[in-house]
Write a protein that binds this ligand. Structure first.
Ligand code: ZN
Length: 244
Protein backbone atom coordinates (compact mmCIF):
# COMPACT_ATOMS: atom_id res chain seq x y z
CA UNK A 1 0.00 0.00 0.00
CA UNK A 2 1.11 3.52 -0.78
CA UNK A 3 0.09 6.16 1.73
CA UNK A 4 0.31 9.82 0.74
CA UNK A 5 0.90 12.17 3.67
CA UNK A 6 -0.18 15.82 3.46
CA UNK A 7 -0.04 18.56 6.08
CA UNK A 8 -0.64 22.28 6.67
CA UNK A 9 -2.98 22.96 3.76
CA UNK A 10 -4.08 26.25 5.32
CA UNK A 11 -7.07 26.98 3.08
CA UNK A 12 -4.89 27.01 -0.05
CA UNK A 13 -7.24 25.42 -2.58
CA UNK A 14 -4.89 25.74 -5.56
CA UNK A 15 -2.07 23.95 -3.71
CA UNK A 16 -4.41 21.23 -2.36
CA UNK A 17 -5.82 20.50 -5.83
CA UNK A 18 -2.32 20.34 -7.37
CA UNK A 19 -1.13 17.97 -4.62
CA UNK A 20 -4.16 15.68 -4.85
CA UNK A 21 -3.75 15.56 -8.65
CA UNK A 22 -0.14 14.49 -8.27
CA UNK A 23 -1.09 11.94 -5.58
CA UNK A 24 -3.65 10.42 -7.97
CA UNK A 25 -1.00 10.28 -10.70
CA UNK A 26 1.34 8.47 -8.27
CA UNK A 27 -1.48 5.97 -7.55
CA UNK A 28 -1.45 6.27 -3.78
CA UNK A 29 -4.01 4.02 -2.05
CA UNK A 30 -4.76 6.29 0.90
CA UNK A 31 -4.17 9.90 1.91
CA UNK A 32 -3.63 11.06 5.49
CA UNK A 33 -3.59 14.68 6.68
CA UNK A 34 -1.56 15.94 9.64
CA UNK A 35 -3.76 18.94 10.41
CA UNK A 36 -4.07 22.68 9.76
CA UNK A 37 -6.58 22.30 6.97
CA UNK A 38 -7.54 25.97 7.51
CA UNK A 39 -5.95 29.29 8.53
CA UNK A 40 -3.88 31.92 6.63
CA UNK A 41 -5.36 31.59 3.12
CA UNK A 42 -8.76 32.24 1.55
CA UNK A 43 -10.56 28.91 0.85
CA UNK A 44 -11.33 27.27 4.21
CA UNK A 45 -14.72 25.78 3.29
CA UNK A 46 -13.50 24.45 -0.05
CA UNK A 47 -10.47 22.76 1.54
CA UNK A 48 -12.48 21.19 4.38
CA UNK A 49 -15.08 20.00 1.86
CA UNK A 50 -12.41 18.24 -0.22
CA UNK A 51 -10.86 16.53 2.82
CA UNK A 52 -14.34 15.35 3.85
CA UNK A 53 -15.53 14.22 0.42
CA UNK A 54 -12.27 12.41 -0.36
CA UNK A 55 -12.53 10.58 2.98
CA UNK A 56 -9.04 11.74 3.97
CA UNK A 57 -8.37 10.93 7.61
CA UNK A 58 -6.96 13.94 9.41
CA UNK A 59 -5.82 15.01 12.84
CA UNK A 60 -6.55 18.42 14.39
CA UNK A 61 -4.05 21.25 13.83
CA UNK A 62 -3.52 24.30 16.04
CA UNK A 63 -5.17 26.57 13.43
CA UNK A 64 -8.09 24.13 13.01
CA UNK A 65 -8.60 24.20 16.76
CA UNK A 66 -8.72 28.05 16.88
CA UNK A 67 -10.87 28.34 13.75
CA UNK A 68 -13.35 25.85 15.22
CA UNK A 69 -13.52 27.83 18.47
CA UNK A 70 -11.93 25.16 20.67
CA UNK A 71 -9.25 27.65 21.76
CA UNK A 72 -8.69 31.40 21.32
CA UNK A 73 -5.95 32.79 19.09
CA UNK A 74 -4.38 35.17 21.65
CA UNK A 75 -1.02 33.40 21.33
CA UNK A 76 -0.95 33.77 17.51
CA UNK A 77 0.98 36.47 15.64
CA UNK A 78 -1.30 39.31 14.37
CA UNK A 79 -1.45 37.99 10.77
CA UNK A 80 -2.36 34.47 11.85
CA UNK A 81 -4.90 35.79 14.38
CA UNK A 82 -6.54 38.02 11.71
CA UNK A 83 -6.85 35.00 9.45
CA UNK A 84 -8.42 32.96 12.27
CA UNK A 85 -11.05 35.68 12.89
CA UNK A 86 -11.83 35.78 9.14
CA UNK A 87 -11.93 31.97 8.90
CA UNK A 88 -14.39 31.73 11.82
CA UNK A 89 -16.76 34.09 9.98
CA UNK A 90 -16.46 32.08 6.77
CA UNK A 91 -16.76 28.51 8.01
CA UNK A 92 -20.20 27.00 7.54
CA UNK A 93 -21.53 25.10 10.54
CA UNK A 94 -20.94 21.60 9.22
CA UNK A 95 -17.30 22.38 8.39
CA UNK A 96 -16.70 23.99 11.78
CA UNK A 97 -18.28 20.90 13.40
CA UNK A 98 -16.05 18.63 11.32
CA UNK A 99 -12.90 20.47 12.47
CA UNK A 100 -14.06 20.48 16.10
CA UNK A 101 -14.47 16.70 16.02
CA UNK A 102 -11.05 15.89 14.55
CA UNK A 103 -8.87 13.69 16.79
CA UNK A 104 -5.58 15.15 18.03
CA UNK A 105 -3.75 11.96 17.12
CA UNK A 106 -4.32 8.79 15.15
CA UNK A 107 -2.50 5.45 15.23
CA UNK A 108 -2.83 3.35 12.07
CA UNK A 109 -0.73 0.17 12.13
CA UNK A 110 2.90 1.31 12.36
CA UNK A 111 2.06 4.98 11.80
CA UNK A 112 1.20 7.63 14.37
CA UNK A 113 -0.20 10.90 13.07
CA UNK A 114 -0.09 14.13 15.08
CA UNK A 115 0.21 17.83 14.22
CA UNK A 116 2.98 19.29 16.39
CA UNK A 117 4.39 16.77 18.87
CA UNK A 118 3.19 13.50 20.36
CA UNK A 119 0.33 14.47 22.76
CA UNK A 120 0.84 18.23 22.08
CA UNK A 121 -0.77 19.85 19.02
CA UNK A 122 0.99 23.21 19.53
CA UNK A 123 4.54 22.13 20.31
CA UNK A 124 7.14 22.18 17.52
CA UNK A 125 9.68 19.48 16.68
CA UNK A 126 12.69 21.57 15.72
CA UNK A 127 15.76 20.68 17.76
CA UNK A 128 17.60 17.58 18.93
CA UNK A 129 15.89 17.67 22.34
CA UNK A 130 12.43 17.77 20.71
CA UNK A 131 13.41 14.84 18.50
CA UNK A 132 14.64 12.74 21.42
CA UNK A 133 11.57 13.63 23.54
CA UNK A 134 9.25 12.60 20.72
CA UNK A 135 11.00 9.30 20.03
CA UNK A 136 10.65 8.51 23.74
CA UNK A 137 6.95 9.48 23.76
CA UNK A 138 6.39 7.39 20.63
CA UNK A 139 7.88 4.34 22.35
CA UNK A 140 5.46 4.84 25.26
CA UNK A 141 2.39 4.84 23.00
CA UNK A 142 0.62 1.42 23.06
CA UNK A 143 2.02 -0.64 20.17
CA UNK A 144 5.06 1.71 19.95
CA UNK A 145 4.32 2.92 16.39
CA UNK A 146 7.53 2.89 14.36
CA UNK A 147 6.86 6.01 12.29
CA UNK A 148 5.74 9.32 13.77
CA UNK A 149 4.27 11.67 11.16
CA UNK A 150 4.03 15.35 12.05
CA UNK A 151 3.67 18.82 10.53
CA UNK A 152 3.33 22.29 12.12
CA UNK A 153 6.83 23.63 11.21
CA UNK A 154 6.00 23.70 7.47
CA UNK A 155 9.53 22.37 6.85
CA UNK A 156 10.34 18.89 5.60
CA UNK A 157 12.24 16.77 8.12
CA UNK A 158 13.16 13.09 8.28
CA UNK A 159 14.95 11.61 11.29
CA UNK A 160 15.88 7.98 11.87
CA UNK A 161 16.60 6.62 15.35
CA UNK A 162 19.12 3.80 15.26
CA UNK A 163 20.48 2.35 18.52
CA UNK A 164 19.38 5.39 20.46
CA UNK A 165 21.01 7.92 18.13
CA UNK A 166 18.95 10.21 15.87
CA UNK A 167 20.20 10.72 12.28
CA UNK A 168 18.86 13.54 10.14
CA UNK A 169 18.17 12.31 6.62
CA UNK A 170 18.75 15.29 4.35
CA UNK A 171 17.75 14.44 0.78
CA UNK A 172 16.44 11.83 -1.57
CA UNK A 173 14.16 8.87 -0.91
CA UNK A 174 14.32 7.39 2.57
CA UNK A 175 14.61 3.59 2.76
CA UNK A 176 13.21 2.32 6.08
CA UNK A 177 14.76 -0.39 8.25
CA UNK A 178 12.63 -2.68 10.40
CA UNK A 179 14.67 -2.06 13.55
CA UNK A 180 14.66 1.75 13.36
CA UNK A 181 12.11 4.37 14.37
CA UNK A 182 11.33 7.47 12.33
CA UNK A 183 9.99 10.98 12.72
CA UNK A 184 8.87 12.40 9.39
CA UNK A 185 7.45 15.78 8.39
CA UNK A 186 6.32 16.01 4.75
CA UNK A 187 6.50 19.84 4.66
CA UNK A 188 3.50 22.04 3.94
CA UNK A 189 0.94 21.91 1.13
CA UNK A 190 -0.36 25.45 1.46
CA UNK A 191 2.38 27.59 3.01
CA UNK A 192 5.90 26.13 2.54
CA UNK A 193 8.58 27.84 4.64
CA UNK A 194 11.83 26.35 3.35
CA UNK A 195 12.38 28.91 0.58
CA UNK A 196 10.79 26.68 -2.08
CA UNK A 197 7.27 27.94 -2.87
CA UNK A 198 6.12 24.63 -4.37
CA UNK A 199 3.60 22.53 -2.39
CA UNK A 200 5.13 19.64 -0.43
CA UNK A 201 3.96 16.13 0.54
CA UNK A 202 5.41 12.64 0.92
CA UNK A 203 4.47 9.05 0.09
CA UNK A 204 5.10 6.04 2.33
CA UNK A 205 5.17 2.74 0.45
CA UNK A 206 4.75 0.07 3.14
CA UNK A 207 5.63 -2.92 0.92
CA UNK A 208 8.75 -1.25 -0.50
CA UNK A 209 9.48 0.28 2.94
CA UNK A 210 10.32 3.59 1.30
CA UNK A 211 9.38 7.21 1.88
CA UNK A 212 9.65 9.64 -1.04
CA UNK A 213 9.32 13.43 -0.80
CA UNK A 214 7.58 15.42 -3.50
CA UNK A 215 7.18 19.06 -4.55
CA UNK A 216 4.63 20.33 -7.02
CA UNK A 217 4.02 23.75 -8.54
CA UNK A 218 0.61 25.34 -8.20
CA UNK A 219 -1.07 28.61 -9.18
CA UNK A 220 0.40 30.91 -6.50
CA UNK A 221 -0.93 34.04 -8.22
CA UNK A 222 -4.53 32.81 -8.10
CA UNK A 223 -4.20 32.01 -4.40
CA UNK A 224 -2.62 35.42 -3.71
CA UNK A 225 -5.39 37.25 -5.58
CA UNK A 226 -8.03 35.57 -3.39
CA UNK A 227 -6.16 36.51 -0.19
CA UNK A 228 -6.07 40.17 -1.23
CA UNK A 229 -9.71 40.15 -2.41
CA UNK A 230 -10.77 38.65 0.94
CA UNK A 231 -9.08 41.51 2.81
CA UNK A 232 -6.67 39.15 4.56
CA UNK A 233 -3.21 40.58 5.43
CA UNK A 234 -1.14 41.19 2.25
CA UNK A 235 1.86 39.67 4.05
CA UNK A 236 0.08 36.29 3.82
CA UNK A 237 -0.04 36.59 0.02
CA UNK A 238 3.57 37.78 -0.27
CA UNK A 239 5.05 34.94 1.73
CA UNK A 240 3.59 32.29 -0.62
CA UNK A 241 5.77 33.53 -3.50
CA UNK A 242 8.88 33.33 -1.30
CA UNK A 243 8.08 30.02 0.34
CA UNK A 244 8.62 31.66 3.76
ZN1 ZN B 1 0.47 25.10 10.03
Amino acid sequence: MRHAIISDIHSNLEALQAVLGEIARLRADTVYCLGDIVGYNANPNECVAIIRSEGIRSVLGNHDSRAAGLEDADDFNPYAADAIRWTREQLVQENADYLRDLPRELVVNDLMLFHGSVHDTDRYILYRKDILDNFRLLQEVPGAPRIGLFGHTHIKMAVALAQGTPFLVENGPLPLHKDQQYLINPGSVGQPRDGDPRAAFCVYDDSEQMVTFHRIEYDVLACQAKIIRAGLPIRLAERLAMGR
